[in-house]
Design a protein around this ligand. Sequence first.
Ligand code: CMP
Length: 139
Amino acid sequence: MTGTITFTMIKPSAFSAGYTGNILAKIEAAGYKIKAMKKISLSKEQAGHFYEMHKERPFYEELTNFMSSGPIVAAILEKENAVESFRKFIGATDPAKADEGTIRKLYGKNLSENAVHGSDSDESAQREAGFFFSFLEMV
Ligand code: CMP
């Protein structure tokens, strides 16, 4: 399975703005299969656990406040070379630097409110998928 899945979240700002349907339509049109998906609200503690690798970074507080500010949609996506291709597809972390036509360019506002998350490695994809979904929800 390694190499064929990535994990994504539609972040609170994009969800509350009503972009979920458009973002999912673009993801599917780009050839990603939705292997698992759920709408969920994270507590600040849960958001902190998900982003624990950024604990020492100056933006950790802002990021975990934001990610626990409203519902998100979490999903596991399947495609060949999923992690790398999805990162290109969503664009640079900062929407202002993202290429035209990418999800973050279209629907992101700033570094925190950048519309979607995408795993940065196969190891992260496995960890993040397991954070949100049980074995039975992934098959
Ligand atoms: P994401 O792909 O979810 O992974 C970590 C997140 O941290 C990233 O998207 C951004 O939303 C956020 N992030 C990264 N750098 C900064 C920054 N300098 N200021 C605020 N948020 C940041």
